[in-house]
Design a protein around this ligand. Sequence first.
Ligand code: CU
Length: 253
Amino acid sequence: MRKFQKLAGVACGATALLAFGAGPALAASGSVHANLKSVPGSEVDGSGTAMVKVDGRTITVTMAAMGLLEDQPHAAHIHFGDDARHECPTLDEDSNGNGHLSTKEGAPAYGPVVVSLTKTGDTSAKSVLAVDRFDTAEGGDISYERGSIKVSKDVAEAIADGEAVVVVHGVDHNDNGKYDGEEKSDLNKDLPAEATDPALCGALRKAPDGGMDTGNGGAAAGQNTALIGLGGLALVAAAGSGVVAARRARARA
Ligand SMILES: [Cu+2]
């Protein structure tokens, strides 16, 4: 954990400097950050951060999350859709009115899966539910880092432009410590909904380069970058909540 935070801090600083020098880029480049928050209705009391560095069509992903269902695998993805809103869903998306969001119900906000954040092997959307290759949350925590992930040009540009969203899946609505229940997943009818419903979500926004990013609240994101460097993951979560609340408030307006 400590190592991750140090890495994230260093990398954020370096890419922020690069962003200053970048004109109209020929290839997508730069880094984007997300504060992961509990998905409304998920009953998850969690948080986290994610950073994606884009270099052409190659991305490096670093993510830390806490408060997830312990010792269970958690599918995690980068989502993006041209038609999506490039943000996290609200309970307005709960189209069947059951009080929580399924992966598909959240799609108008974050779009389909474009990168599967697996530990090994394929990272495409084909691995959306490759449960044995996703992180298991020991003690409820996930610490993930993977480089050399190849994506399409469109996806690389969307991520670098701050239009992609990180979603970590796997909840425990009935609070019995495992994935079960009558309700089936809308991704795979052989799985309970608990195994795939979204738990944490964060929109990947560009690091501020001195101005305000209206999509994320640039000043607050800058503070977060500094806090990550200091090793304050919990502080980051606290600082981010106001940003998310403000963004949600705007989204509802
Ligand atoms: Cu996902």
